[in-house]
Each structure stands twice: as structure tokens, then as C-alpha cells.
Design a protein. Structure first.
Length: 394
């Protein structure tokens, strides 16, 4: 028991010593003297423990969390020390520069460009919209182009490889035909043509019933396509000269070309919106020639051909005489009516009306006019091939 009491006393002494180091002693008033009877009782209780070692006198304790009273001078001194430490740590973090006045000219130019862009945006979208849509690339983690973009790039690359240059006078072989000696011409009367030779490499006669087209390109951009046709058949191991009509853009912009074979099944379908009585009507115009085709159920029934020649045309008298001779030849064919109508002030019109239901196909072929299609030809064939002959059809 005595040892335990000593240990407790030492622990208390140690705690008191630690408190001394951190706490300023506070004077405690002396306790009032106890009555004599009380002293005697306390003396009797302490007698058994007289032989125990007396613990060192402990300094007055201050409870944890209790405030230590300080004088006003100590508080002022502490506050001054804190302000001195704070001011010593001050440093420049960022120095703001004085704002410069805005440049009004720059603002005006910016808004002028913005307004101009907004005004011309519809034209830009209408002209280059399709290009913009093709140039939207989305990449995955492996940085690969989307499948549709890869396909477009492959098609563009393939187009470049499959086309041939007019400048290099390339020879093109398709099936048993070889196309060569391409020459573009600007004629004096404002007409543009492309002439070339077609050689038959086979052992059989070629009669152009198989349809071949020449596609014209400016780089890898397709401009138009023209029907390759001749009424002159090609003997085996022989060649013929073929000429196709061009417009001004075809002549000036086309730099390369491609020869392709097409079947009627590859022609796009058409819907005729114009009508004349019981007939649906397709009108095709080129220069001074207007062709009107009449259909029932999208099958050709009749043709109107109107050629206008002004009296100030070169060799007008010669052209008028030839027109009258042609009208007479056409009237001799069953199902065809043709007349020259002269006007003193403007010139003449050669008008030809063909009822295909009573006209023999061989008689039409003999006229060597590709624009005269056979009875019940499909509307999509007429429109597609007339467009390929540089007519504008609607």
C-alpha cells in the first residue's frame, strides 16, 4: 500500500511539474484557519501515515481549458508582436497594370467583319455546304477515320486513278474498244466539241447499241457526262471518228476524263410533272432547238421538233433552202409532218411532228437524228440521254 501511495504521489508531482512549465503561477489566497476540533480530527487521521515520505510541495494547478489572467500591458505587447510578424511576411503576389483605353477602330473592324459574315452565310452554306458536311471527321481512340469517311477517301483516290488526262493524250481501253486522240475545240460559231477516235479491237462489228459515256472531271470533281454515239458501225480492227457536243464549262473546266459503260437499268427514274391533255410532257432545249416529248404511263408516244433560225444568221439563204428540202424528206415518211414557216422580220421555223405509233423505227434510224427516239421508249431513257447530248430537260 505504501508503495502504491508513493507512486501516486510521484505521478501527481510529475503532472504538477509539467503544468509549471506551461502555466504561469497564480497567487492563491491562504486558506482560513480551521477550528481546533477539526485540526485534532485531521491529526488523528494522518498519524498512521507519519512514517511515509512527504511529497514535494506542488505548485498551484490551473485546470485545462481555464483562461490565464493577463494584464493589459501583456495583452498589448502580445498584439504588437503578432502585427510585427504579420507585416514581416508581406510580399507582392501580383501587380495589376493600368487598363489601356479600348481602340475604337479595332472594334469597328471586328463588327464590320461579323456583320459581313452573317450576311453572306446563306450563300456560303448553299455553295460549300456539302463540302463542309464531308469534312466533319470524328476520331476514335485509335485515331481512325469513320467508315463512311474512309469510303469517301477510297472513292476519291479510285477516281483519280481511273481517270485519264486530256493533256497527256491518254489511250483508254474499255472492253474491246480503245479510245484515243482526244481533241477539244472551240468553233467559230460558239459551239464546243470533243473529238476522238474509237477503235474496235474485236473480231465482230460494233454498232454502238451498247451505251458508252465519257465522264468529264475537273480534278476529282465530276462536271458532266456525254453519250458516245455514232450511226457509223465500226468494222473489226478498224476505227471511226466520234464527236460529242460540249458546253462552255465542259470545254474550259474539264482536265481529265473516264470512259464507262452503262445499261438502261442504271439510269435514274424520273417523274414527269408537266402535262398536255392526256399526255405527260418533257421539254428539252439546246440553243435554237426545242424538243417536246409526249408520254403515256412514262412511255413515249409523240415528238415535236422546232428549230428556229434568225434572218441575220450566217448563210441564211442556204440554211433556208436546206430546211425546205429536209421538210419535204420528212413528210415522205409515214407518221411525220414537217413544214418551214417563214416570217419576214425574224427568219424561219422548221417544225416537225412525229406520231411514233405509225412511224417505222427503221425510217427514224435512217434520219440519223439521235433525238428521235423509238415508240414507247422509257421517259428515263429520253431524259438521261438527251441531257448527255447537252440538252437541258424539264
Amino acid at each position: 500500500m505504501e508503495k502504491e501511495e508513493e507512486k501516486k504521489t510521484e505521478n501527481v508531482s510529475t503532472e504538477q511539474t509539467e503544468v509549471k512549465e506551461n502555466v504561469t503561477p497564480v497567487e492563491t489566497p491562504a486558506p482560513a484557519e480551521a477550528p481546533a476540533e477539526t485540526k485534532e480530527a485531521e491529526t488523528k487521521k494522518e498519524e498512521p501515515a507519519k512514517e511515509e515520505a512527504k511529497p514535494e510541495e506542488a505548485a498551484p494547478q490551473v485546470g485545462i481549458g481555464e483562461a490565464i489572467p493577463m494584464s493589459e500591458a501583456e495583452i498589448a505587447a502580445k498584439k504588437a508582436a503578432q502585427e510585427q510578424n504579420f507585416n514581416a511576411k508581406e510580399e507582392v503576389v501580383y501587380k495589376m497594370k493600368a487598363e489601356k483605353g479600348a481602340n475604337p477602330i479595332g472594334v469597328i473592324i471586328f463588327f464590320a467583319l461579323l456583320i459581313g459574315f452573317v450576311l453572306f452565310l446563306p450563300k456560303i452554306v448553299s455553295k460549300y455546304g456539302s463540302i463542309f458536311e464531308q469534312k466533319h471527321h470524328y476520331f476514335d481512340n485509335s485515331q481512325k477515320l469513320p467508315e463512311n469517311e474512309e469510303k469517301k477517301d477510297d472513292e476519291s483516290e479510285k477516281t483519280k486513278k481511273d481517270t485519264y488526262s486530256f493533256a497527256k493524250s491518254d489511250r483508254v481501253k474499255v472492253d474491246e474498244l480503245t479510245f484515243l486522240n482526244f481533241v477539244k475545240s472551240n468553233l467559230n460559231n460558239g459551239q464546243y466539241t470533243l473529238a476522238f477516235s474509237v477503235m474496235n479491237e474485236s473480231e465482230n462489228l460494233f454498232d454502238f447499241k451498247t451505251k458508252y459515256y465519257i465522264e468529264l472531271y475537273n480534278g476529282d470533281i465530276k462536271i458532266s457526262e456525254k453519250l458516245i454515239h455514232s450511226y457509223e458501225s465500226i468494222a473489226p480492227k478498224s476505227a471511226v471518228q466520234v464527236t460529242v457536243a460540249l458546253n462552255k464549262e465542259d470545254y474550259s473546266s474539264s482536265s481529265n476524263f473516264k470512259i464507262i459503260k452503262k445499261t438502261v437499268d442504271e439510269y435514274p427514274e424520273v417523274t414527269l410533272v408537266d402535262n398536255d391533255g392526256d399526255y405527260d410532257k418533257l421539254t428539252c432545249v439546246k440553243d435554237n432547238n426545242t424538243m417536246v416529248y409526249y408520254f403515256k404511263d412514262n412511255l413515249l408516244e409523240k415528238i415535236d421538233d422546232d428549230i428556229r433560225v434568225s434572218n441575220d444568221s450566217e448563210n441564211y439563204a442556204t440554211q433556208l433552202a436546206e430546211a425546205k428540202q429536209r421538210a419535204e424528206t420528212l413528210r415522205a415518211i409515214e407518221g411525220i409532218d414537217s413544214n418551214v414557216i417563214e416570217t419576214n422580220q425574224s427568219g424561219y421555223n422548221l417544225k416537225t411532228n412525229i406520231d411514233l405509233s405509225t412511224t417505222q423505227p427503221n425510217n427514224l434510224t435512217a434520219l440519223k437524228q439521235y433525238k428521235y427516239f423509238i415508240f414507247h421508249e422509257k421517259a428515263k431513257v429520253v431524259k438521261y440521254e438527251m441531257t448527255a447530248l447537252t440538252y437541258t430537260c424539264s
